[in-house]
Design a protein around this ligand. Sequence first.
Ligand SMILES: [Zn+2]
Length: 306
Amino acid sequence: MLRLYTHESCLRHDPGPGHAESPLRLKAVLQALDADRFAAVDRVEAPRATREQLLRVHDAAHVDRVLGSAPLEGRVQLDPDTWMSPGSDEAGLRAAGATCAAVDAVLAGQTPRAFCAVRPPGHHATPSEAMGFCLFNSIAVAAAHALTVHGLKRIAIADFDVHHGNGTQDIFASEPRVLFVSSHQSPLYPETGFAHERGVGNILNAPLPAGAGSMEFRETWHNELLPRMHAFKPQLVLVSAGFDAHRDDPLADLRLGTEDYAWITQQLVELARAHAGGRLVSSLEGGYDLRALAASAAAHVEALLD
Ligand SMILES: [Zn+2]
């Protein structure tokens, strides 16, 4: 059994014609999850994140700026890559609200695992800045929610998006209750995520060179990132699920296939079973080739259902 959190407002956030982070991305993912093999997926409408939830990881000026910047028509630019359209504020609230509701549901035992099919993505958003298509850092909001409301002591965040989750790292760099592990292409936007960035010993970055594929990706997770996560014994596993390390993705140069997303998901499900009572919450980050994104997200969700 698996719960899927989404909201139609996440389809209305529109960064503009030709922008890679298009509403068509989420449409493609949801369409792929309409297949018969996903009949057991329970679709739930994502609630809005509350101001209190957002303020656990973002400063008030940032929250006010995002919530006050959505235009009535046209678009407003927040950084070189990040735009808001009418309804972008609502989409950001639903994306962050989805991850918190999913954490509540898995910790209440209503479902062992949950996938948040939402946009905009979140892992580049820092405490004080929107960047890299991201408004609020949804996975970080979820981790802070689990720490504060549910009193968890060890939460692991796995980020396999091709870009480094600089925002998530910034937010938790001095928080030993959160382990953040990431594989990503380097050098690449946002030019962070080097191995020497270790936080208070709670950050583990595994940069991969352009051209790296399935073998390098699996070796890195098998030899470095997963053993570290197992040693941490997380009570909850969170996943920043970006699918832009796929070989067909136009924004980066790693060479993963859909089967690699099934593999890493199975590993994370096993990790959650071993330490966290099976509890895992995943949230959609990047992935910009529509066909590769749909197939990879479907492989991810299928492995979550298993
Ligand atoms: Zn990405």
